[in-house]
Design a protein around this ligand. Structure first.
Ligand code: PMP
Ligand code: GLN
Length: 394
């Protein structure tokens, strides 16, 4: 597991792409732009002089818009005053939650692989991460209910469970049965749940996002975290939010005020308006991303790699063993030279022992031309790979 002070894999791989001119299918940074009306609203807010601190808890209209969004999409009721907190991206919400709710001696349970900010944030809080493997299952990834139960039962002082659905880096959406299992375990062990739902509007093929807070007995123990970054192709704006019962939100707010206090006034104002029409906007975005995903998956197959199913989000997992590699980390560092493409080794998302070091994550939140170029290059590469790696690595 990497140390909190190490450079993140996203920084490393994005620099590698810039240095080599490779197509960057590594970092989940969209090449697509935000809705024009949202861009115009932000510009107008900046020019209108809305450039000073917002309230520490967030611009009131955004807190109201978030509460209205949770009600309209999921039937979840939150009071804009006290049960909704605006943060500097989901990242600050996650870090604040870990720092507020855990400390030395506490255990935080999450699924492995996981987004790399979880182990880093848990370590900053002095707590310990307990990873529960998501096993590759057919062409997807599945929760092992027994492994989850055993991990929680065997934990020293389990405090928190972090659930990320839709999931980075696998593109998995937890099924209703899996959510019910997670909820049952959290209720039985009195765990607080932190959910990372930043890909909530990016579920494909007619699937639906179900927040675990909607399950019986879960709202009162769950902090729901999301952000505008993925929903509006605006990852650089870093506007996120947390919803939950007042006592949990107050604890998070208490830490958040010492991290950034507040940020992004013009963005907050504009996103408050955009959230009202997220249904219309996100339908178009899903159509674009679905086509991108299909293009990428078909191209990976054509190139001789083995892609997994991605039901949501920005990423496709691929098995690189057909190319004679077993180590995704080495593969990703060679790939710019081999094929002019950058990807991220899934091992970077493994806080526990890595059962599948041959998995590599490719991102499809890009312009279709970039994906087309990348898959053409990958399809042209295997001859080179065979030469370089003969005899094939095992
Ligand atoms: N959670 C997950 C699962 C992510 O993939 C990301 C990446 N953007 C974040 C959180 C961070 O969100 P934000 O940019 O809003 O801080
Ligand atoms: N969430 C993005 C990813 O998984 C990266 C965010 C970041 O660079 N910190 O690729």
């Amino acid at each position: 597991m990497s140390r909190a002070s190490e450079i993140s894999i996203f920084t490393e791989m994005t620099e590698l792409a810039a240095r080599t001119g490779a197509v960057n299918l590594g970092q989940g940074v969209p090449e697509l732009d935000a809705p024009p009306a949202l861009l115009a609203d932000v510009s107008a807010a900046v020019l209108a002089g809305r450039n000073q601190y917002p309230p520490a808890s967030g611009f009131p209209a955004l807190r109201e818009a978030v509460a209205a969004h949770q009600r309209a999409h999921y039937g979840l009721e939150y009071a804009p005053d006290g049960e909704v907190l605006v943060t500097t991206g989901a990242t600050e919400a996650l870090a604040s939650a870990f720092l507020a709710l855990t400390g030395p001696g506490d255990d935080v349970v999450t699924f492995d692989p996981c987004y790399d900010a979880y182990p880093a944030g848990v370590r900053l809080a002095g707590a310990r991460l307990v990873p529960v493997p998501l096993a590759a299952d057919g062409d997807g990834f599945a929760l092992d209910a027994d492994a989850l139960r055993a991990a929680v039962a065997g934990a020293r002082r389990p405090r928190l469970l972090v659930l990320n659905s839709p999931h980075n880096p696998t593109g998995k959406v937890f099924t209703p049965a899996e959510l019910a299992t997670v909820a049952e375990v959290c209720r039985a062990h009195d765990l607080t749940v932190v959910t990372d739902e930043v890909y909530e509007h990016l579920v494909y093929d007619g699937g639906r996002h179900v927040p675990i807070a909607t399950l019986p007995g879960m709202r009162e123990r769950t902090l729901v975290i999301s952000s505008a970054g993925k929903t509006f192709n605006a990852t650089g704006w870093k506007v996120g939010w947390v919803c939950g019962p007042a006592r949990l939100v107050a604890a998070v707010a208490g830490v958040k005020q010492w991290l950034t206090y507040a940020s992004g006034t013009p963005y907050q104002e504009a996103i408050a308006r955009a959230l009202g029409s997220v249904r219309e906007w996100s339908a178009g975005l899903r159509a674009t991303l679905t086509a991108n995903r299909d293009l990428l998956a078909a191209g990976l197959t054509e190139a001789g790699l083995r892609p997994y199913r991605a039901d949501a989000g920005y990423f496709v997992q691929a098995d690189i063993r057909p190319w004679g590699f077993t180590d995704g980390s080495g593969f990703c560092r060679e790939l710019p030279e081999l094929a002019g493409v950058v990807a991220i080794p899934t091992s970077a998302f493994r806080p526990g022992a890595d059962p599948a070091p041959w998995l590599v994550r490719f991102s499809f939140c890009k312009r279709p031309e970039s994906i087309r170029t990348a898959v053409e290059r990958l399809a042209a590469a295997p001859a080179g790979v065979t030469r370089r790696t003969a005899p094939p690595r095992r």
